[in-house]
Design a protein around this ligand. Structure first.
Ligand code: ASP
Ligand code: MG
Length: 424
């Protein structure tokens, strides 16, 4: 039995946001993918994950969530009604049941719950809904498929909201069942979700469905992984911010990892490593134009790559000063790094001077407050919010001028390949 030809398709929220998008997806599977040896990984519909995060937050604060809950249910039922003519189609019953489970889950949440743990048990429903709909819809389209529960395959620890994958175990489970299912037909599963050894749900971090697809690709020795997006491929900037983007026809794993690290939102940062380890090419293609060339990310090397512009929004700059006019010591830095690591605050950029140390990070008021509480006895802490971190990778003089134009810069840093500024 050869597993060489297995393909993994990942469809994000935008590609399943409406009945029309589900129909488009089925067309792509039919025309591009075929009926066997294809595993489809799907995200939650549209902005469902955000809606579930909001529901979880409301339940945690003891607020009444019923109207938001009904709204989310209505959205899903609406899509079902458009996709399935018969109102007694099993998909309706299945969805009703899942929504009932979500409702029970929300009711169990109290202000004393473990916030992150119940987050995973709640927010995971988005992918359970979308994968269930997709399963029945593809079946109706003459695309027989097995729906598998990725929580039973991708095994993680209990690092809630960012489960750490147990690779050996995950690989064993996937290889035990999935190749045989792929021989028979399509396989559909959820992105973003993992499971623990005692049957609890974990998630792999926001936008983690790309990573899920890469985990399956790795474990199945897939011939290629495809991410279907609403853009033509991997672009050098976000078209929302830059009118004149260029598409990279082919780019190396290394370049892509670095772009993801700096915040290019096109691919989840953890996605590349498992693919690169097995040299599985990653294709980024447009679900609006499936025939388009897209981008091939692979083990290639090009000398000249167009400058990539990456913007991280909602940043804050936090500076730590020592209280007694002595210098910032390595011991001080150790204390600060420890606190950051404990609170899982990720540093996007850092800089130190004689008497202070600054970091640029996502603005999360709750975590920042805890950081200040932890360190305020030892340091004078200041912070600025509503900032942006601009990164230009493979910069040149023109690209720097472009990014600096009209900006009030708070911090600037450059290496041989990368230029970064934090500004308002
Ligand atoms: N649905 C999840 C999210 O919105 C995972 C994903 O889309 O990749 O973050
Ligand atoms: Mg998404």
């Amino acid at each position: 039995m050869s597993t060489e030809r297995i393909k993994i398709y990942k469809f994000g929220g935008a590609s399943v946001k409406s009945a029309a998008s589900f129909r488009n997806l089925a067309r792509i599977v039919k025309s591009q993918g075929g009926k066997r040896q294809l595993l489809v990984v799907v995200s939650a519909m549209g902005k469902t994950t955000n809606a579930l995060e909001a529901l979880h937050g409301m339940a945690y604060q003891g607020q009444n969530f019923i109207s938001e809950f009904e709204q989310l249910k209505e959205y899903h039922l609406q899509v079902l009604q458009e996709l399935f003519a018969e109102q007694d189609h099993p998909a309706f019953q299945r969805l009703e049941h899942l929504f009932e489970q979500l409702h029970n889950q929300l009711q169990e949440i109290t202000p004393n719950s473990n916030f992150d743990k119940v987050y995973d048990q709640t927010v995971s429903f988005g992918e359970l809904f979308s994968s269930t709909i997709l399963h029945y819809f593809l079946e109706d389209q003459d695309l027989a498929n097995s729906l598998i529960d990725s929580r039973k395959y991708i095994q993680t620890d209990t690092n809630w909201r960012e489960g750490k994958v147990d690779w050996a175990w995950t690989e064993r489970l996937i290889r035990r069942d999935v190749p045989a299912l792929l021989e028979q037909g399509l396989v559909v599963t959820q992105g973003f979700l993992g499971g623990t050894n005692n049957g609890l749900t974990t998630t792999l971090g926001r936008e983690g469905s790309d990573f899920s697809a890469a985990i399956f690709a790795y474990c199945l020795n897939a011939g290629g992984m495809y991410i279907w997006k609403d853009v033509e491929g991997l672009l050098n900037a976000d078209p929302k911010h830059f009118p004149d983007t260029v598409r990279y026809p082919e780019i190396s794993y290394q370049e892509t990892v670095e772009m993801a690290y700096y915040g290019a939102s096109v691919i989840h940062p953890k996605t590349i490593k498992p693919l690169a380890n097995k040299r599985i090419p990653l294709y980024v293609k447009s679900f609006l134009n499936p025939e388009g060339e897209g981008t091939k990310i692979c083990d290639c090397r090009f000398e000249v790559v167009a400058p990539a512009y990456i913007i991280k929004e909602k940043q804050c700059l936090v500076s730590f000063g020592v209280k007694d006019f002595t210098f910032i010591s390595e011991k001080n830095l150790g204390t600060i790094f420890n606190a950051l690591s404990e609170l899982r605050i990720k540093i996007h950029l850092m800089q130190n001077s004689a008497i202070s140390f600054s970091i640029c990070t996502d603005y999360n008021p709750e975590r920042l407050h805890r950081l200040i509480q932890t360190l305020q006895d030892q340091f004078v802490i200041h912070y600025n919010t509503e900032l942006k971190l601009y990164t230009v990778k493979n910069y040149n003089a023109a690209s720097i001028n472009r990014i600096m134009e009209g900006k009030q810069v708070l911090l600037e840093q450059r290496t041989r390949t990368t230029f970064q500024v934090v500004s308002r």
